[in-house]
Design a protein around this ligand. Sequence first.
Ligand SMILES: Nc1nc2c(ncn2[C@@H]2O[C@H](COP(=O)(O)OP(=O)(O)OP(=O)(O)O)[C@@H](O)[C@H]2O)c(=O)[nH]1
Ligand SMILES: [Mg+2]
Length: 356
Amino acid sequence: MLFDPLLLIGLALVLAVACWLLIRRKENTPEQTHSIHGSEREAVAKRAAIGLAEPTSFFKGLSRSRAQLSSSLRGLFSDGFNEEIREDLEGILLSSDVGVDTTDWVLEKLEQRSRQESVSDPDGLLALVKEILASTLPVSEGTAEEGATTPHVILMIGVNGVGKTTTIGKLAHRYQTRGKTVLLAAGDTFRAAAVEQLKSWGEQNGVPVIAQDSGADSASVLYDACASARARGIDVVLADTAGRLQNKTNLMNELEKIGRVLAKLDIGAPHEVLLVLDAGTGQNAISQTREFMKTIRPTGLVLTKLDGTARGGVIFALSREFGLPIRYVGLGERAEDLRPFDATSFVDAIFGETGE
Ligand SMILES: Nc1nc2c(ncn2[C@@H]2O[C@H](COP(=O)(O)OP(=O)(O)OP(=O)(O)O)[C@@H](O)[C@H]2O)c(=O)[nH]1
Ligand SMILES: [Mg+2]
């Protein structure tokens, strides 16, 4: 016989089960969750396999800062180091946003070391300035990676417009390419557009976003997001926060509350608090850091928009004043334009020593 009836019944059964499974999978998208296409791990693996668009290099991204700092320094010491050149150097450092305190410190160090080490030739003096500036940058202590507990919760803080949400999108991309599962938490409940912006990054990266309507309690949205990530075995939660509330006190109180509430779920959470600063705002970045240090102490800094500014010198001032590690720098608006901060590459790029 051509068709065995038993075989036909078996085939029909298999088909029915397959259809049922497909329908269930479609219906199973949880509420409040955005864009989960298939298993998250599968999506991560797929992205890792596709590979990355070429990230912006330090050298390219820092072209304006380099033009400001390095080009002006070149040739400065052709007549050695005297009072007039001291003033010129002061002007160059200040206009690169190295800041008054750090500029004074650099000048003092330069005087001291050039005397002690009998350096008076132009190349030697330039190398000393570079060395002194580089000495303000914290030695790379390795990245604070995800610990034993999952999810590893990273809270983004900073005033409005500095690039918190964009950095979350970039970090989601970065973690995914390293094989981690990611969930985004829309803790900026102050503006409806903020939730939409985060959802769009979630869509772009194919990662879930936990959000509620604007006006919801930020701490409870973040708590729910972390609980959901834990239940789903997700590796990293990237939590957005508002940059502006009715006033500064409200903002600081909200951040403190977020810290308290997240610690209820996991005493170590948030495991990282990244203070995002717009490098283009120069010395304002210093006063913002001082303010945020009074509330929820940042564990590291992210300097954004270094591609668009000639004021990269602010990094030296931030490092010297606060001693906080600079974790990442933003060198553009694309998902690939976030680079882990590396002092050597930064100094080389800002002084134009490599065309990497
Ligand atoms: N050129 C450049 N633009 C950036 C960078 N990072 C962020 N931006 C842009 O800065 C603008 C503000 O970024 P957001 O991520 O919305 O800033 P935010 O801190 O979340 O702002 P609020 O939600 O209002 O507090 C956007 O247009 C981003 O594309 C960067 O590294 N380079
Ligand atoms: Mg935002």
